[in-house]
Design a protein. Structure first.
Length: 162
């Protein structure tokens, strides 16, 4: 019996790290933080996309550490969206993935619910990493539209950085 238990433990010890690697996408490596000039370009692209889909947004751009580099609020955007945009950007930078990925984990339930206990994590669409040359240089956070609109605007905005 003891041999069986030891054998099962050995199988689990070998299988769990492999399974964890399959379930977790590789994280984007950090690069140099986004410049103010590029942050303004990303924000301008966000505004253009938001106007195109007819929504108003609060737009936050943070560096690799989640610290605010640039912020802009479109006219008539609810003031409650200011802090949400900053937190979505910070979440995306600190966890090196779109906030939608965290939202999806929560929606799956089970172990995904642990995301709700992450400090400084907003598991709602609208935060997206800004990547240049394969490295994370910052993140954008948007709030003001629906979650889907916030995510759409974020993706369009970051696409201008190569």
């Amino acid at each position: 019996m003891l041999r069986l238990i030891c054998g099962l433990l050995l199988v689990l010890l070998v299988a769990i790290p492999s399974l964890a690697q399959q379930l977790t996408p590789p994280l984007i490596p950090y690069g140099m933080s986004i410049s103010t000039e590029n942050a303004k370009k990303v924000a301008a692209a966000a505004i253009a996309e938001a106007q195109k889909i007819k929504c108003t947004e609060a737009i936050a751009i943070v560096d690799t550490g989640g610290y605010l580099v640039y912020f802009e609020k479109m006219p008539d955007t609810q003031t409650g969206s200011i802090e949400l945009a900053i937190e979505k950007a910070r979440t995306s930078a600190l966890f090196r993935r779109p906030t939608k990925a965290l939202e999806d984990m929560v929606a799956q339930g089970g172990l995904g619910l642990r995301v709700l206990r992450f400090t400084n994590a907003i598991p709602v669409d609208g935060g997206f990493p800004i990547v240049a040359e394969g490295k994370l240089i910052g993140a954008i956070g948007l709030s003001g539209g629906s979650g889907e609109q916030d995510g759409q605007v974020a993706k369009a905005a970051v696409s201008i950085i190569k």
